[in-house]
Ligand binder design. Sequence first.
Ligand code: ZN
Length: 442
Amino acid sequence: MTILELQRTFPGLQTGKSMHRLATELYPLCRSITGNGFRDSLAILGREVPLNVVDVPTGTKVFDWTIPQEWNIRDAYIKNSQGEKVVDFTRLNLHVLQYSVPIRETMTLAELRPHLFTLPEHPDWVPYRTSYYKKNWGFCLSQKVLDSLEEGQYEVCIDSTLADGRLSYGEIVLPGATADEILISCHSCHPSLANDNLSGMVVATSLARLLAGVERRYTYRFVFIPGAIGSIAWLARHKEEALKIKHGLVVACVGDPGPLTYKKSRRGDAEIDRAAVHVMEHSGEPFNVKDFSPYGYDERQYCSPGFNLAVGSLTRTPHGQFPEYHTSADNLDFIRPASLEHSLQTYLSIVGLLEKNRVYLSLNPYCEPQLGKRGLYRSMGGQTDEPANELALLWVLNLSDGQHSLLDIAERAGLPFALIAGAADALLAVDLLREQAMEAKR
Ligand code: ZN
């Protein structure tokens, strides 16, 4: 099966619902940049796709960084003087400052306060806070609960361990006809947060499963990594192989109801940038395009100057631009099956475009060939949009001079890529085109 055939038979909302179910299963696990919650999550994804888990030991140097100690947590709570748990990690894992060192003490509210984090502007929400690289402990709670606490003694318990271990990441490689790679990178290190980042994990997993069943020109590499340190570790271990990555997308925040947003690679005019924009332009739906900036997710590392890979990021509402971001309100209700499904379809359309994008050479460059006698006028593929089809044939014939890819032609003609690619297939079938190597164009 080709990606095009897959797109025609796409199961639709059913897929969105199954992705939401997978997110629901992953939601309660306490993921962090290291530890059992991360590995348990990879094990769940590994049921869906052939995922390889790679470990990097604590203390390993990865470029300018060092793999941190492994953090694991079993329980955490604050009990009031009546013995009631006023904050309970087992009810919501966001309640603990990530990477908290262990503590078991009784203290006054005044002593406890510097270790409590709230969101006064959203008094019912619990914030998500981390302290990966500075030793600290703390609790996150709603402003409402904090306001309800009376003066007195509180029993504080964080049953965590911070010890030498390993950082783990998950990797799926789907070999294609060429060694050139398309990278899909997904940070997977957040605890109970749905849009950032369970939505990315389930969309990437579904995309891998779908692509595993189709013919592939490109080799696909999916990485499920802890944010920042994970991509740094991956790149440090694959400094040479990273050059095989010809196109890449960082996937995150793909489940909210907002429109799609594409953040360009550092290069700005890479094939992936143009492919993503082209697909969204012809989708008939609202979308946003942003230029690269050295902030955001792991594109920061892939687009660092030493690598400068053609890696963009396709999200819906970008990180930090929805009020629920990094709070307990980024929950399973915030992500929608329809949005997950639409995001997956868009990813599929973009990689489908990259798979089909070629440079051809017209074998009849002196004036137009006579299409009628080859059965190409008013009969192509039985499609309804005949004038557009004819125009697509003429554009492909005119610009197939060995210098223009099908995406170049689609952009210049202002026609959808699928129409241009269909015209090229029809012309190939009657021997009016032949493929030209595309390397020079990249
Ligand atoms: Zn985040």
